[in-house]
Design a protein around this ligand. Structure first.
Ligand code: TMP
Length: 239
């Protein structure tokens, strides 16, 4: 049946449509952090992230990357291809920030010699733990071939996103993507790409707090959260 709620996540709701291969993704203003221990809303976030993600998915498609994006159908809704999401959060890091600093003692802001791809087990009850390829194989989260493809795809996305955000005068510190398989088994970039899922620093600002243009403003109570998202949207839509 069309319009049935399939799944409600922390930032989006997925609905069925008349076509079983197409879903409607509705972006919400809700914001959570630390596995939903911290909850709030960011004014207009749903519309801003939907606009940002739509633009970026179309950009990546133009670069030859397959995504689940079909079309934006309202300010906070897009049609997407129905995919089976792999239970792996794929993180790519260019600069040390966030959990890797805590885990490995790296200083915030240290540039990595080469992009680092990390896998986290998508499991809220366990707090999304970091996992290795051996864990992916043991838990049968993806096939060995898919692991190779995932890493290549993650680095390709990083390459194109770094160039894209550079044109927005933003530094892509790190990001998280979710990948799904369509009915024919093809891997598609799914979920969203937005200031909720990327760390973005303003290239022109040196102050470590002032330069933050993403959800870390919410996570760390830095204020001017919606303003930062608004500025990211303005720059993204201008590229
Ligand atoms: P981390 O440093 O907390 O591991 O986050 C790495 C990147 O992944 C950062 O850009 C934020 C993003 N991220 C999500 O999109 N969802 C999450 O649940 C977490 C923990 C991080």
């Amino acid at each position: 049946m069309s319009g049935t709620k399939l799944y409600e996540g922390k930032a989006k709701i997925l609905f069925t449509t008349d076509d079983p291969n197409i879903l409607l993704s509705r972006y919400k203003d809700d914001a959570t952090a630390f596995n939903a221990l911290k909850k709030g809303t960011i004014a207009n976030k749903g519309e801003m992230n939907c606009a940002i993600a739509s633009h970026i998915f179309q950009y990546l498609e133009k670069q030859g990357l397959a995504t689940h994006f079909i079309q934006q159908v309202s300010p906070n809704e897009m049609q997407v291809s129905a995919v089976q999401i792999l239970p792996i959060e794929v993180v790519v890091r260019n600069i040390a920030a966030g959990s890797i600093c805590k885990r490995l003692g790296l200083p915030q802001g240290q540039e990595l010699k080469q992009p680092l791809v990390e896998f986290f087990y998508k499991n809220d009850d366990l707090g999304d733990p970091l996992i290795t390829d051996a864990h992916v194989a043991m838990l049968e989260l993806a096939t060995p071939e898919q692991v190779v493809q995932l890493k290549k795809l993650a680095l390709d996305i990083n390459h194109h996103l770094q160039a894209f955000f550079d044109r927005c005068s933003l530094i892509l510190v790190d990001f998280k993507v979710e990948i799904g398989t369509d009915a024919s088994g093809r891997l598609l970039l799914a979920d969203e790409i937005s200031p909720d899922t990327c760390r973005l620093w303003d290239k022109a600002i040196a102050d470590p707090s002032d330069r933050i243009m993403d959800k870390d403003r919410f996570r760390q109570d830095l204020g001017n959260i919606a303003e930062a998202y608004q500025e990211v949207m303005k720059r993204v839509l201008a590229v």
